[in-house]
Design a protein around this ligand. Structure first.
Ligand code: APR
Ligand code: PHB
Length: 392
């Protein structure tokens, strides 16, 4: 088998890259270890930046997003007794869209498969051959057990945090930065109309809570839990009680409903550089992970593949190497901005272990920062600009 770009992973990064390339007449083949049903059932974040929506619109994959997605012009930040609204269009002239990553993935699958673009599902034994060569390759075993070799001009490692692409880059040329946070998020999807028009990020001494949504009838909610906590400790009643306590405000009630899905996600910041090794290019979670506070994961994946497709298109159509050469450093600049923003939001909003000798001090720092961010125009603009997507 031969193609221009061999793409490992059919998450949003791999699928969108394939779509962007085909818009410029460049063919690609995607391989994915899971089944389509599995990938489409994965519940992930749901906030898409202004610029990312533009990319999706130009790529022709945003029709349903524009029909069913919800434009949000701000967020609420709260702590006990106070809830403040940040108005993004007023602060920075931009908005975000609330639309589940799962729905975006379904849209991308439909469009890729309708265009007759091959996606090999349920492959195994994936390895990258000769990433430094002019013609690298991807070896894998197809779902029916047939060994395959895909020859290409470039390999895109879009295989998420647990994929094989990142580790193909020798340790001697790689640097990794990491922070593991001492808490996790327990998330639920609930069949109930959201009790808010925009997202509520709530600081509380018992732990952070977030009210998000997927539609006018489906809510997505999160509570901070201990890093080693297990879902068995959290029957539905306990989750709703924690949400109601942490988001309580006079005159406001949280409506509850049947829980459709629940799970616990650990939180980490992780960056691996470089994002290019010869003709292997990493994009999305394969190269970096952010904690979910601020919803940057999907947006970074979209920003990476927008840049990568542009660089590859220019290489293939104009023979230009400069954008390909600049890819890693330019992508990492944005990665570090989002890494800082999501670390900052996380640090401002999560309760530290009360047994920590610094916990009482840190709590005062957080409350002071929250007051500042909701009362100073400069500080609230900083948050708004980063939340809606800073590309500078
Ligand atoms: N070969 C082929 N596919 C693989 C391999 C492999 N060896 N290993 C993993 N995969 C697949 C996974 O099954 C998954 O479908 O790669 C895909 C990677 O997709 P994502 O994890 O969704 O990563 P990405 O496309 O970079 O999207 C980033 O996903 O994790 C969230 O918060 C993150 O929203 C962000 C987005
Ligand atoms: C979500 O809707 O899943 C979501 C929203 C905002 C975040 C994180 C997750 O910061």
């Amino acid at each position: 088998m031969r193609t221009r770009v061999g793409i490992i992973g059919a998450g949003p990064a791999g699928l969108l890259l394939s779509q962007l390339l085909s818009h410029h007449g460049i063919d690609s083949v995607i391989i994915e270890t899971r089944s389509q049903e599995y990938v489409e059932a994965r519940i992930r974040a749901g906030v898409i930046e202004h610029g990312a929506v533009q990319t999706l619109t130009e790529a022709g994959v945003a029709d349903r997003l524009h029909r069913e997605g919800m434009r949000h012009d701000g967020i609420y930040l709260q702590w006990p007794g106070e809830r403040h609204h940040l108005d993004f269009p007023d602060l920075c002239g931009q908005s975000v869209w609330v639309y589940g990553q799962t729905e975006l993935t379904k849209d991308l699958f439909r469009i890729r498969l309708e265009a007759g673009q091959p996606i090999h599902f349920e492959v195994s034994d994936v390895s990258i051959i000769d990433p430094l060569a002019e013609r690298p390759g991807i070896a894998f075993t197809d779902a029916d057990g047939t060994p395959q070799l895909l020859e290409c001009d470039a390999v895109a490692g879009c295989d998420g945090f647990h994929g094989v692409s990142r580790d193909t880059i020798p340790e001697s040329v790689r640097t990794v930065w990491q922070r593991i946070y001492p808490y996790s998020w327990l998330g639920i999807l609930a069949e109930v109309a959201p009790s808010t028009d925009e997202l509520i990020y709530a600081w509380h001494p018992e732990g952070f809570a977030l009210h998000s949504m997927r539609s006018h009838s489906i809510s997505r909610l999160y509570v901070q839990v201990a890093p080693d906590d297990v879902i068995e400790n959290w029957p539905d009643d306990r989750i709703w009680e924690a949400l109601a306590t942490r988001m309580a405000l006079d005159g406001w009630t949280l409506d509850s409903g049947p829980t459709l899905e629940k799970g616990i996600t650990p939180m980490r910041s992780f960056v691996s550089a470089p994002m290019r090794y010869g003709n292997l290019f990493l994009a999305g979670d394969a190269a970096h992970i952010v904690p979910p506070t601020g919803a940057k994961g999907l947006n970074l994946a979209i920003a990476d593949v927008t840049r990568l497709s542009d660089a590859l298109v220019r290489r293939f159509t104009e023979g230009r190497e400069d954008l390909v050469d600049a890819y890693s450093d330019a992508a990492l600049q944005r990665v570090w901005r989002s890494t800082h923003f999501s670390w900052w939001m996380t640090s401002m909003l999560h309760a530290d272990d009360p047994a920590d000798a610094n916990a009482a001090f840190l709590r005062q720092m957080q409350l002071s920062q929250l007051r500042y961010v909701t009362s100073s125009r400069a500080a609230s603009t900083t948050l708004a600009e980063n939340y809606t997507g800073f590309s500078g």
